[in-house]
Write a protein that binds this ligand. Structure first.
Ligand code: ABU
Length: 361
């Protein structure tokens, strides 16, 4: 019987994946200081309870996701879609960003112990049908649900909740480069991570601390990965860090692109997993997409690196990112598959964020 959950890297031929869905997506709501620390400053006012993303953006994002799902199917990938949920009604965020939510490591699917309260029911509401199907498959699959939070959640210090500390002031753009540790919006009182803060490179996962991932979360993940897997923490240089999939893009075993504004080659080389890898700084400085493109409410222009590999040659890239695609072609012999995804980008990510690879060959 072929496995329903089996993947531990970002590049082997993709055989099964979850592709998100966009309907009823709403801006996440947490203490304002959380968004001041992690989101583009010009959009922070949008992050408030009961604020849906603009309907036309959501509708176009859904069309893009459906199209992407059908292209994956044409390439022989089995596609699972989450259940439709009215995220506005339940005080949640979206079903379009499953990468933050679930991660396959070997035969184990791991749910994020989310920092953000508004995401805590995301798997239960949006992914139960998929989890049931995966767990009734009969193969050697393990599903690791997030631990229940007992009592009052203490992940935010009171000063962050009442606004007396936090925001851009504490997460200044220069503290990392000065060598001062960044001030994260979460503390270390319980395990927290978004799985998108980790990249799978075979038996080693590399991750980062961020505004949604703490050290207890890393330790919890180390306890959940199957035997033989290890988790290492990279020191990245981004005070606004949230998700590592715009910092490193592994193209195949032995070759990765990295974002020189967020990590140094020296730091990558400190980790044995990258020994003998060809590590290339992305030479392009991605430009913000201005109007008439829709706003990138939650992402930086580095979203260009949030590509998804179909295999070691073919990779999904947003259709406007032609300079990046040409560089991948000329420099590495890649074959980019260009698809429209700008409206999904508005909701918080690109092809990598919008998927969970369940099976890679
Ligand atoms: N969720 C990925 C976005 C990261 C970035 O804006 O660079």
């Amino acid at each position: 019987m072929s496995p329903l959950i089996s993947a531990d890297n970002e590049w082997s031929p993709l055989k099964a994946a979850i592709v998100g869905r966009a309907e009823h997506s709403a801006f996440p709501s947490e203490p304002r200081a959380v968004f001041e620390a992690s989101m583009p400053a010009e959009h922070v006012d949008e992050f408030r309870p009961g604020n849906p993303f603009p309907a036309d953006i959501v509708a176009k994002a859904q069309v893009e996701l459906d199209h992407f799902a059908s292209v994956l199917q044409q390439h022989g990938v089995k596609v699972y879609r989450p259940d439709e949920v009215d995220w506005l009604k339940v005080g949640g965020y979206t079903g379009s960003m499953p990468r933050d939510t679930l991660m396959t490591v070997g035969n184990t699917l791991i749910e994020s112990p989310f920092a953000w309260a508004c995401r805590r029911d995301e798997v239960e509401l949006g992914y139960s049908t998929i989890l049931r199907e995966l767990s009734s498959g009969g193969g050697p699959a393990r599903i690791c649900r997030a631990p229940t939070i007992l009592g009052k959640d203490t992940i935010y210090d009171q000063s962050f909740i009442d606004g007396t500390r936090g925001g851009r002031a504490s997460a200044s753009s220069s503290s990392c480069s000065n060598g001062t540790p960044p001030v994260w919006s979460i503390n270390n009182t319980r395990p927290a991570f978004d799985v998108a803060d980790f990249m799978r490179l075979g038996k080693t996962l590399v991750g980062q601390l961020s505004h949604v991932t703490n050290m207890k979360g890393v330790e919890y993940l180390r306890a959940q990965v199957p035997d033989g897997y290890s988790v290492e923490v990279l020191h990245t240089t981004d005070d606004h860090a949230m998700h590592i999939d715009t910092t490193i893009l592994p193209l195949r075993r032995g070759l990765a692109i990295y974002n020189p504004e967020r990590v140094t080659e020296q730091e990558l080389r400190r980790h044995a997993v990258f020994a003998n890898w060809d590590l290339r700084a992305c030479p392009l400085k991605p430009k913000p997409r201005g109007p008439p493109n829709p706003p990138m409410y939650m992402c930086s222009p580095w979203l260009v690196l949030n590509a998804l590999s179909l295999d070691e040659k073919r990779i999904f890239v947003e259709e406007q990112d032609t300079e990046f695609a040409n560089w991948l072609k000329e420099e590495f012999g890649m074959e980019p598959i260009m698809l429209p995804f700008q409206h999904v980008n508005c909701l918080g990510g690109s092809f990598h964020c919008a998927t969970v690879d369940l099976v890679r060959e």
